[in-house]
Write a protein of this length. Structure first.
Length: 234
């Protein structure tokens, strides 16, 4: 906004309420900036020791900061970002076919089948479009996290992408649409914060929110199966 890039965070509570959490000036390609945002949330009381589902796009700095601050992050990579990243490397005719196959794989209830279908698609693209094949493989497993957690379709539609936070960003832009003169970065931050507040007033609870307690249990179980007990460690 106004030649300033800011990083924002949005949370979803156990009852499905969407809560704007914070913002900092900087870019998602900068792990220090993202880390500053997350550390700030921790210092303000956000619980970082329990397992938490974190939905992000493909920025590597985002992932690195998340794994450094949260003790047990379970990462879901945005499926829509992945689809666009792959199809942007393909001619239009092939891109539509690949997009259709990727959507079909992501809708599959079995994450192992979905992963196999996507890996087969990557092999088909290897010779003719290696860039698209490489993009598809990068972070592929993390695009299927919600399927491995057995999230029901109504809730999965919310958690499979970053659409929630992008909706908040769009509301911020609309809120500041009539500003004609941006004085400085502090003004940008104030207007974005005000836009996030406006977004919160417009938000409704996420679809499928009744399944969130089951997701919390699944997250706890996922971490329990990969974290050795004290007896095992001894």
């Amino acid at each position: 906004m106004a030649e300033h890039c800011c990083v924002v965070a949005l949370g979803i509570t156990i009852d499905g309420t969407k809560v704007p959490l914070g913002l900092v000036e900087g870019a998602t390609e900068n792990a220090t900036v993202v880390g500053e945002l997350l550390v700030g949330l921790r210092e303000r009381g956000l619980e970082v020791t329990r397992p938490i589902l974190v939905v992000i796009d493909g920025a590597k700095a985002l992932r690195r900061a998340v794994t450094e601050v949260f003790h047990h992050p379970v990462i879901q990579r945005c499926q829509l970002h992945k689809l666009r990243n792959v199809t942007d490397r393909l001619p239009d005719a092939l891109a539509s076919v690949v997009a259709k196959r990727m959507r079909a794989a992501y809708r599959h209830s079995d994450p192992l089948v979905a992963q196999a279908e996507l890996e087969a698609l990557a092999r088909e693209l290897d010779r003719s479009h290696p860039g698209a094949a490489s993009s598809l493989r990068e972070g592929l497993v993390e695009t299927l996290t919600i399927a491995r957690l057995s999230v029901p379709p109504t809730l999965a539609r919310t958690l499979r992408s970053t659409n929630c936070i992008e909706s908040m960003i769009e509301i911020c832009r609309d809120h500041a649409a009539n500003v004609k003169r941006w004085r400085d970065g502090q003004m940008v931050l104030r207007w974005i914060a005000a836009g996030m507040g406006e977004a919160r007033r417009q938000f409704r609870r996420v679809n499928g929110h009744l399944h969130l307690p089951a997701l919390r249990a699944a997250l706890d179980q996922t971490v329990a199966t990969v974290t050795p007990s004290k007896e095992d460690a001894a």
